[in-house]
Ligand binder design. Structure first.
Ligand code: HEC
Ligand code: HEC
Ligand code: HEC
Ligand code: HEC
Ligand code: HEC
Ligand code: HEC
Ligand code: HEC
Ligand code: HEC
Length: 246
């Protein structure tokens, strides 16, 4: 037999011996009793302390909060997502109360803007959305509704409003050009305001033969709708919130 075959057999024998020794000393005793895993793992897991109680238990003592939340848009958010594991508290309330997330850090975990969230999920930019105040000064955590709906468009469109205020269009109300359902101020992403589509809107005031609107005292510069701007929509060339003619 060639010498190298002897060496290969020796190596092979060593591996088999090592495997048998390892199997004897290292494989846990209950391995294989219930299948290809350690049967005692079930007991190990079962013996770990229970940290979460589940929402049903909270209802025993906090039925008011449970009822309020059940009819809210947070109905699918479990109590302990916000209050942390509370099994100890549920067993013995005298042992201490769970913390409540009263600062601004918790809510953006779900509501901070993130493009991977589903469309329509209520999201905000925590840096820009009413900074410095805790979320719960305006939103009830167990019944989150958008509160104190602002009346002015400028509350949410500050940039546009500021630009317009310094422009020739300062006297024009936003709703002169945008049809805006009241619901837009509560649910701005679901209910949108209209955007002008046709140049005739601008023609209402700027066409040669247009009537002077009763509520506007300024002399309005007129153009010929037929020839001016080669038929393109006006906002190809004039920013409607700051129209300039240069
Ligand atoms: C056996 C009754 C009981 C159960 C069950 C129970 N609690 Fe309480 N909980 C209390 C009592 C009593 C207090 C008031 C303690 C106090 O005001 O000092 C309290 C207070 C709280 C507070 C107030 C914290 C604060 O900062 O004011 C929170 C939050 C709370 N519980 C959450 C929970 C959650 C979540 C559950 C379910 C996992 C739960 N509790 C289950 C009795 C219970
Ligand atoms: C979205 C996060 C959130 C969820 C979900 C939530 N809580 Fe709260 N909870 C809070 C915050 C924040 C406060 C503190 C409110 C405050 O101080 O005005 C609070 C306060 C409480 C209090 C103190 C008394 C009160 O009514 O303000 C209790 C009790 C309580 N929560 C129980 C529960 C129970 C029970 C559930 C599940 C049914 C639950 N919470 C779900 C965030 C949450
Ligand atoms: C675990 C995730 C989670 C956390 C944490 C959470 N929310 Fe929500 N929130 C939701 C879900 C889910 C909805 C419902 C979305 C839907 O209906 O499409 C919601 C809805 C809302 C809405 C929209 C209500 C409306 O009518 O448009 C507001 C406001 C809100 N939450 C505020 C808060 C505040 C404030 C906190 C912190 C105290 C908070 N959320 C913490 C998941 C969360
Ligand atoms: C000063 C009051 C105030 C504070 C503080 C505040 N919000 Fe709001 N929030 C509002 C108002 C008003 C609206 C409705 C108008 C809007 O969308 O801006 C709103 C809307 C929302 C919406 C719904 C947006 C949508 O597109 O439907 C969410 C989610 C929300 N807030 C979460 C938060 C979170 C999270 C915090 C804390 C980090 C917070 N808010 C702090 C007043 C507040
Ligand atoms: C509560 C906050 C809020 C108020 C108040 C508000 N808007 Fe908006 N608006 C928004 C948000 C948020 C969007 C962006 C929606 C999106 O990106 O899908 C928007 C979008 C728009 C758009 C663009 C629609 C599009 O298709 O691109 C117009 C136009 C508009 N708003 C006009 C108005 C006018 C006019 C008013 C006052 C009568 C007003 N909005 C009041 C929050 C508000
Ligand atoms: C003279 C008519 C006119 C007035 C007044 C006007 N808009 Fe517009 N706005 C437009 C037109 C036209 C567009 C569409 C531009 C486009 O499609 O590119 C537009 C677009 C918008 C948009 C979409 C984003 C953007 O900047 O293009 C928002 C938001 C908006 N307007 C809000 C407002 C608000 C808020 C006011 C009042 C402060 C206002 N508009 C006043 C004509 C007007
Ligand atoms: C309700 C009437 C009205 C409507 C609708 C209207 N405008 Fe005007 N426009 C005015 C008034 C008023 C002035 C300012 C006159 C002045 O003070 O010199 C003006 C001025 C202008 C100017 C001249 C700015 C300058 O610096 O001289 C342009 C360009 C203009 N508008 C474009 C538009 C466009 C584009 C639209 C459609 C998106 C539009 N306008 C819709 C009333 C209107
Ligand atoms: C292709 C670009 C373009 C388009 C599209 C366009 N404009 Fe102009 N507009 C201009 C330029 C450039 C000027 C300044 C030079 C001039 O007076 O012809 C101007 C000037 C104006 C003036 C000021 C005239 C004066 O006498 O001071 C008004 C008002 C005006 N445009 C309204 C409109 C309206 C309304 C529309 C849509 C029906 C429109 N524009 C479409 C480029 C355009």
């Amino acid at each position: 037999m060639p010498q190298q075959i002897k060496r290969l057999v020796l190596v092979f024998a060593l591996i088999v011996a090592g495997f048998l020794v390892a199997r004897h000393f290292l494989v846990p005793p209950t391995f294989g009793t219930l299948g290809h895993y350690r049967a005692a793992a079930v007991d190990t897991v079962a013996s770990r302390p229970i940290r979460y109680a589940g929402q049903q238990v909270c209802a025993d003592c906090h039925d008011d909060v449970v009822a309020e939340k059940a009819n809210s848009r947070h109905s699918s958010v479990a109590c302990e997502v916000c209050h942390g594991p509370a099994a100890k508290h549920a067993d013995d309330p005298d042992s201490g109360v769970p913390p409540a997330p009263r600062d601004r850090s918790k809510c953006p975990l779900c509501h901070g803007y993130n493009p991977s969230r589903p469309t329509g999920f209520p999201q905000i930019d925590p840096q820009a959305h009413n900074p410095a105040k805790p979320c719960i000064t305006c939103h009830k955590p167990h019944q989150p509704v958008t509160p104190n709906v602002p009346g002015e468009c400028s509350a949410c469109h500050g940039q546009v409003a500021m630009t317009k205020a310094l422009s020739a269009h300062a006297p024009l109300a936003c709703i002169r050009c945008h049809e805006t359902p009241e619901e837009h101020k509560i649910n701005p992403r679901q209910v949108v305001a209209s955007k002008p589509r046709r140049r005739e809107l601008c023609g209402q005031c700027h066409a040669k033969d247009a009537e002077q609107p009763a509520d506007i005292s300024e002399a309005i510069p007129r153009i010929s709708m037929g020839s001016h701007g080669s038929g393109l929509v006006c906002w190809q060339c004039h920013y409607p919130h700051h129209p300039e003619a240069k």
